[in-house]
Design a protein around this ligand. Sequence first.
Ligand code: NAD
Ligand code: UDP
Length: 314
Amino acid sequence: MKNYSGKRILVTGGAGFLGSHLCERLLNDKHEVLCIDNFYTGRRSNIAHLLTNPRFEVLRHDICFPLYVEVDEIYNLACPASPIHYQFDPVQTTKTSVHGAINMLGLAKRLKAKILQASTSEVYGDPTVHPQLETYWGNVNPVGLRACYDEGKRCAETLFFDYHRQHKLRIKVARIFNTFGPRMHPNDGRVVSNFIMQALRGDDITVYGDGSQTRSFCYVDDMIEGFLKLMESPDKFTGPVNLGNPTELSILRLAKKIIDITGAKSKIIFQPLPQDDPKQRQPDISLAKEKLNWKPRNNIEDGLKKTIAYFKDL
Ligand code: NAD
Ligand code: UDP
């Protein structure tokens, strides 16, 4: 029997970077949270501070296998997100995206629960349309090194919409653009954590290619707010909806910003650009503004300062 006012909420990938912030926020909002994770890229330390909360529970489980629990809502975040991690075992990445989605959708169907999918700007691939709108179908290489992630996430979106049409499931699909903040894995190879760790150690900053490729970086607190607003939006709004910060930055400028803020003596070195690395990426967030009344509030400098403070403490 429930003896609290909140909902029972399942967060898959809850020990990861975004998942741990989401669990924390849901607990603060007085919900009961069941965190599922196989600890592939997630860490116990991300959720250690939540373990004493009686409304928090952790289960080691791989979403590629069926799960039988009772919840009111599901946030499906389980999947490695850094290119190094998702390319390490690409078959497992596709399984997590596709089998994992089927299992979580099956669970949502049985429970008649609302389910939110953490999709990605990677569904747009190396975009030929800029900035990216939800109506753009993308430019993805289906056989490249990034395909396990990009195509896995695209197939997951297909499954979400087919469950919605076929089984009337209440779905929410968020297309997440590059997000950063405390609790990113220091060695996960993503650009923000790489540059900050290199700057703090006084190592060379490794810019891939000539650094002219762009990304748009969103601070984690804004992203979590976006997830909650999307989950709470009327059932008829399914998305897909872009969530991200439209402030676009070249990777070279990001490197210089991090050097400035840390006061590091590091020099910038240039290394080969990985295969299929998207040249530009910027979300058009008009739909999120209109339907969710959401836009990011933190600027990149403030977010970087908080993230740098976290990495310094490690
Ligand atoms: P993360 O790697 O920190 O977290 C992913 C979590 O999922 C980890 O805790 C990992 O152990 C867990 N996991 C992986 N495979 C699993 C499986 N089969 N079963 C159970 N748990 C599993 O990554 P993140 O940045 O927190 O990303 C979370 C979600 O958001 C991912 O689905 C990712 O694709 C999506 N996303 C993130 C970003 C970003 O910039 N952070 C951008 C786009 C999309
Ligand atoms: N990148 C870089 N140096 C690094 C790590 C990444 O120049 O040490 C570049 C990478 O090539 C890409 C961008 O930074 O153009 C963002 O990479 P990340 O892996 O963070 O995420 P992506 O958006 O490519 O999935």
